[in-house]
Design a protein around this ligand. Structure first.
Ligand SMILES: Cc1cc2nc3c(=O)[nH]c(=O)nc-3n(C[C@H](O)[C@H](O)[C@H](O)COP(=O)(O)OP(=O)(O)OC[C@H]3O[C@@H](n4cnc5c(N)ncnc54)[C@H](O)[C@@H]3O)c2cc1C
Length: 470
């Protein structure tokens, strides 16, 4: 089918105003928050499951590749249409369909912005827990595809622990339903399989999530340290004490300085590291719990421990953490945000190695991360017009990832593999592991039209070309 006929057919499904095909309209859809770019041929904006089904039937019949897109905040290149074709933009499927307080469930379309769901329930004292730092802009569909995490996932689990059911359009256009509002369903756990499948098994068009009552009491503390080592030891000591904070985040000096210059959150710029610790629970006992955590920090050489005295102070401390990437983005032309996980007891050793790697490649590095989970986010600022610097930043990134794996960690904590790390998958999976996963993919996506080029190594490419922006 020629391009014009395909545009006409897509326009019949979603309306002519909901099909983009001119280069100037497509430009925005060639990238996400990763470094690469690739132009789609079409962008379509469906509003219903049936429209998505019809679009995928056309794509499947015409053998046109397609990729789902939420807000495009993904950091591993998941929404980049590496083989062109159709971007199925879900931003207009943004309705909260039902909030069932009695069952503590919500049913949403995939384009609902993460934070909007919690805002919609705030008056009733409920919220949706997974809270990526990008929650003001990322979509719940994108969170499902990436199995997103966030500061409060330490105590409550990541997206997969909060998703109970899905409506999914398979690559051939068929519509399936997995799970539901009840607690457990017989048969294979397809919901579990689809969460974190990075948009390679189908397009999610409806999501049933758990919602939770907000805690009766919250205490937020900011502990500052004169060394990363003391801060990291404090993280282990808090967890070992038997208390799992709702959130336990760490930032190093470069990150503190960037944040303070931008957000004026009250972080001490003289500190080498800060821990942002949030405790949640019943009012009774909360002061005692906070005192215990303050004592642990002090016994690990905290220079100062601030306890937010009211909601305004609490929000100010969180503002610093949530805008950290933006604050660093303000002082450089681009940054490369890594995502890797190490066992918590390896935090200190791996962080020291990260600084050495940065020095070796003469790049800067700032660390802002979910310390309680051992989920590191080294952030390497760079100037995209300086090819040599970009190359050094990419090489440093390769080495950081390998160092995390050697420490017993893994390739990604929450951002996914996408096209950023697909060539590195053999570092953590053997041939049999990868073959088993590819067989699953082939059942859902036999022609590889649905988000091709993601997760798995591309035949003919090798580790040396890993992470080179394409
Ligand atoms: C500043 C910043 C901070 C971040 N902080 C965090 C964090 O704390 N935790 C975290 O986990 N991530 C974080 N991220 C990464 C990103 O926000 C998440 O991966 C998020 O889940 C992506 O959502 P999105 O709507 O932008 O998805 P997109 O980027 O549009 O897409 C991501 C992937 O999901 C697929 N997809 C999207 N919608 C669907 C759908 N309906 N059906 C099937 N597949 C779909 C796409 O094809 C793609 O593969 C951060 C990003 C930025 C820029």
């Amino acid at each position: 089918m020629d391009k014009k006929s395909l545009i006409d057919e897509l326009a019949q499904i979603v309306g002519v105003e909901n099909v983009f095909h001119e280069p100037e309209d497509l430009i925005t859809y060639q990238y996400d928050a990763y470094l690469s770019r690739a132009m789609p041929d079409f962008v379509v904006f469906p509003t219903t499951t049936e429209q998505v089904s019809k679009i995928l039937k056309v794509a499947s019949r015409e053998k046109v590749p397609f990729v789902a897109r939420g807000a495009g905040t993904g950091i591993s290149g998941g929404a980049i249409p590496v083989k062109g074709g159709i971007v199925v933009a879900l931003s207009r499927m943004n309705k909260i369909l039902e909030i069932d307080f009695e069952s503590r469930r919500a049913r949403v379309q995939p384009g609902v912005i993460n934070l909007d769901l919690s805002h919609a329930m705030k008056d009733k004292g409920f919220h949706y827990i997974p809270d990526p730092a990008s929650q003001q802009s990322c979509t719940i569909g994108g969170n499902v595809a990436e199995n997103a995490g966030g500061p409060h996932c330490l105590a409550y689990g990541v997206t997969t622990n909060h998703v109970l059911g899905l409506t999914v359009v398979l690559p051939n256009g068929e519509i399936i339903h997995t799970g539901g509002k009840a607690l457990d369903y017989p048969g294979y756990d397809l919901t579990g399989l689809l969460v974190g499948s990075e948009g390679t098994l189908g397009i999610v068009t409806e999501i049933i999530v758990r919602i939770e009552h907000r805690p009766e009491a919250v205490k937020t503390l900011l502990a500052s340290f004169s060394s990363m080592l003391d801060a990291a030891k404090t993280v282990s000591a808090i967890i070992a004490s038997g208390t799992i904070p709702a959130a336990l985040e760490m930032m190093d000096k470069p990150a503190i300085e960037a944040v303070e210059a931008f957000a004026h959150a009250g972080y001490p710029v003289e500190a080498a590291a800060v821990l942002l610790i949030e405790l949640e629970g019943l009012k009774d006992g909360m002061d005692r719990l906070a005192k215990k955590i303050v004592e642990i920090c002090q016994s690990h050489k905290a220079i100062e421990v601030k306890v937010a005295q009211n909601e305004q102070e609490r929000m100010q401390l969180w503002k610093g953490r949530k805008c950290a990437a933006g604050a660093i983005g303000r002082i450089c032309n681009k940054y490369y945000l890594h995502d890797c996980v190490v066992p918590r007891n390896k935090l200190v050793a791996v962080l020291s190695e990260i600084y050495q790697i940065a020095e070796k490649y003469q790049v800067q590095v700032a660390n802002v991360f979910h310390a309680g989970d051992g989920n590191l986010h080294p952030l390497v600022p760079m100037d995209m017009s300086d090819r040599d610097q970009v190359e050094r930043a990419l090489r440093a990134g390769d080495e950081i990832l390998k160092c995390c794996i050697q420490a017993g960690g893994t390739l990604s904590g929450e951002h996914g593999i996408g096209l950023e790390k697909n060539e590195l998958m053999p570092l953590i999976f053997n041939e049999a592991d990868l073959t088993a996963m590819k067989k699953v993919k082939a059942v859902f996506n036999p022609e590889d039209l649905c988000n091709p080029g993601k997760i798995f190594p591309t035949p003919g490419r090798c580790l040396e070309v890993t992470q080179r922006p394409r």
